[in-house]
Design a protein around this ligand. Structure first.
Ligand code: ADP
Ligand code: NI
Length: 239
C-alpha cells in the first residue's frame, strides 16, 4: 500500500468541512478508488503511475505560487481513471467517470468542473498539436504527467505499452510520423516502440509549462538520448 502524501488543507470556520465536503476524506477515498480501479494495469497507466504523478504534481505546486492544492491533487489522482487509449478511443469516458465519482462524493461544483476540465485538457495530442492547459493547476498536472513519460520510467512505460499492444521494439524500415492533428495521432496504429521517442517523448522537455518541471525534464531527456545512442550502437554492433 502506498504511503499517503501529507497535505494540510487550511481549516475554515467549520474545521476541514467546506460546503459539506471534508477535503481530507475526499482525497483518501479518491486514492482508494483509484488504487482499486488501476492496480495491476500493465500498459504503464497503473496506480503507481498515478502515485508518481500525484507526488510530482504536489512538488511542482509547492514552487508555483497560488495553485489550489486540492484541485491539483484530485486531478492528478483522477487523470487516468479511464484513458481513451484503453477504452476504444473514447475521449469522453475519462472526464465523465471523474465527474461521476466527484459527484458521488458531493464535491463542490466549481472544484469538480475544474478537475474535469484538467482531465480533458492534459493529454498529449500529437507532435504538431499544441495542448497547453488553460489553468495553473492544469499546467502543473500536465507537467507531472509528462515527467512520468520521460527518463528511465518513461522508457520502461513505453516498452510496456508497446508490448501490451503488440508493437515491434524497432524496425529501421518504419519511420516515425509527426502527427499534425489529434485525430491522426489518436487513429494511428502505432509503429515500433523506438518511433514513439521521436513522436512524443523527446518533444516533452520543451513543452513543460513550469520552471521546476523543466529543470527535472532536462536530466530525464539526456538519459533518453543516452539510451537511444546505446541502443543504436548495440543494434549496429558498435558496442
Ligand atoms: P499523456 O498522458 O501525455 O496523454 P499517454 O497516456 O498518451 O500520455 O501516454 C502515456 C505513455 O504511454 C506514453 O508516455 C508512453 O510511455 C506510452 N504510450 C502511449 N502511446 C504509445 C505508443 N503508441 N507506443 C508506445 N508507447 C506509448
Ligand atoms: Ni498519465
Amino acid at each position: 500500500m502506498a504511503t499517503r502524501v501529507q497535505i494540510t488543507y487550511s481549516p475554515n470556520l467549520f474545521g476541514e468541512i467546506v460546503a459539506g465536503m471534508d477535503k481530507k476524506q475526499v482525497i483518501n477515498d479518491t486514492e482508494d478508488y483509484v488504487i482499486n480501479e488501476l492496480s495491476g494495469e500493465s500498459s504503464g497507466h497503473d496506480w503507481w503511475h498515478v502515485y508518481r504523478v500525484r507526488n510530482n504534481a504536489m512538488e511542482i505546486a509547492k514552487s508555483e505560487k497560488g495553485a489550489d492544492l486540492f484541485v491539483v491533487e484530485l486531478a492528478a489522482l483522477l487523470h487516468d481513471i479511464a484513458d481513451y487509449k484503453l477504452h476504444g478511443g473514447d475521449t469522453t469516458i475519462g472526464p465523465k467517470t471523474a465527474r461521476k465519482w466527484l459527484n458521488s462524493k458531493n464535491v463542490e461544483k466549481d472544484v469538480t468542473n475544474h478537475v474535469v476540465k484538467i482531465i480533458e485538457e492534459i493529454d498529449f495530442k500529437g507532435a504538431g498539436v499544441k495542448s497547453v492547459p488553460t489553468t495553473l493547476e492544469g499546467k502543473i498536472v500536465q507537467d507531472a504527467d509528462k515527467l512520468d513519460a520521460i527518463g528511465a520510467i518513461g522508457i520502461a512505460r513505453t516498452f510496456a505499452f508497446g508490448g501490451k499492444f503488440g508493437a515491434e521494439i524497432y524496425n529501421p524500415g518504419v519511420k516515425p510520423v509527426l502527427h499534425k492533428s489529434f485525430k491522426a495521432y489518436k487513429n494511428s496504429k502505432g509503429g515500433p516502440v523506438i518511433n514513439h521517442f521521436y513522436e512524443k517523448l523527446l518533444l516533452l522537455k520543451d513543452r513543460m509549462n513550469t520552471k521546476s518541471a523543466k529543470r527535472i525534464a532536462i536530466a530525464r531527456h539526456k538519459y533518453m538520448e543516452d539510451f537511444l545512442k546505446r541502443f543504436y550502437d548495440e543494434w549496429d554492433g558498435r558496442s
